[in-house]
Design a protein around this ligand. Structure first.
Ligand SMILES: O=C(O)CCC(=O)C(=O)O
Ligand SMILES: [Fe+2]
Length: 305
């Protein structure tokens, strides 16, 4: 059950520019940093198909997932085993598994030399996995861009300025698989430990079950859930920096429960060379520089410490 302090908004009304909805969104973006968006272009049936494809992948024998293990690469495409990511240096590596994919570029495209555009690694099973995820990636990026532009408009910024920074997005589509919380798990073990997301906007689909908790500004945790077809939206560090802190990146976590759980975040990030320095500061900070630094800190196989 979601706490009422997380606002629920109607996607169609937001994208049509409804002033009252824009006000709710502006308040949520600058305060709790989370909202739930309903009445979206994604049907429940479509999202259930996607959730079920991820479930089939994650429950394959390990040997089949090994073939696309992220640990064999110098980038972040493929399967991450339990323990492959440590989002909080004060906690143990997360016990979740995940599967990461990004923008599908033509083989040999010069951009694929940058690790943020590395080629995807697709498993042989389940059938049609690559096509299903690629189509969802494209549609989820288009929706995220519209929602992001509506949100920057709601806080009084120029949406056109943001809109053209996402032509070749460093977006990352992730499937998270949380098995039931292991019996060995202690106080420093989490499905995903407390963290803020790194990029701009996170479009988070889940199977509808409980597990996600959002940190309250005054302390304590707020449970958040959304059924397939609705999304949880939150913001990353990059957008917080870019908007001079007017949009907040709020810490969140999944401790884990006695039920398994799947979530599907799309981390919607801009072009590698978008300048994400605080608006009006006159500084230049490449989006890629920020993202690569955070990846190096959190993916265990890329860890430089
Ligand atoms: O599983 C969830 O609900 C949240 C996942 C998350 O925070 C993340 O992948 O960054
Ligand atoms: Fe997150």
């Amino acid at each position: 059950m979601t706490d009422p302090t997380i606002p629920r908004i109607d996607a169609k009304a937001l994208l049509a520019g409804a002033r009252d909805v824009e006000q709710v969104v502006a308040d949520a973006a600058s305060d709790v940093g989370f909202l739930i968006i309903e009445n979206t272009p994604f049907s429940k049936a479509r999202m259930q198909t996607l959730l079920s494809a991820y479930h089939q992948f994650f429950t394959l024998p390990s040997a089949q997932k090994e073939a696309v293990n992220i640990a064999r690469t110098g980038s972040n495409r493929g399967w991450g085993a339990s323990g492959a990511e440590q989002v909080d240096p004060d906690a143990n590596p997360d016990y979740k598994q995940f599967f990461d994919c990004g923008l599908e570029l033509p083989a040999g495209d010069p951009l694929t030399a940058l690790s943020c555009y590395a080629p995807n690694q697709w498993p042989e099973m389940p059938d049609g996995f690559a096509a299903l995820l690629q189509t969802y990636f494209t549609d989820a990026c288009a929706f995220s861009l519209d929602v992001l532009c509506a949100i920057v408009k709601a806080i009084g910024e120029d949406q056109g300025y943001f809109r053209d920074k996402f032509g070749t997005p460093m977006a990352l589509l992730r499937g998270n698989y949380y098995p039931t919380r292991p019996a060995w798990a202690g106080a420093k073990d989490f499905g995903i430990a407390t963290h803020t997301d790194y990029g701009c906007l996170t479009l988070l689909a889940t199977d509808g079950s409980d597990g996600l908790e959002v940190r309250k500004r005054g302390g304590g945790w707020i449970p958040v859930a959304a059924a397939p077809g609705a999304f949880i939206i939150n913001f990353g560090e990059m957008l917080e920096m870019w908007t001079n802190g007017r949009i907040k990146a709020t810490p969140h976590r999944v401790v884990g429960t006695s039920a398994e759980r799947i979530s599907i975040p799309l981390f919607f990030n801009p072009d590698h060379d978008a300048n994400v320095a605080p608006l009006g500061s006159g500084r230049v900070i490449d989006a890629r520089t920020h993202l690569d630094a955070r990846y190096a800190e959190t993916y265990v196989h890329l860890s430089t410490v």
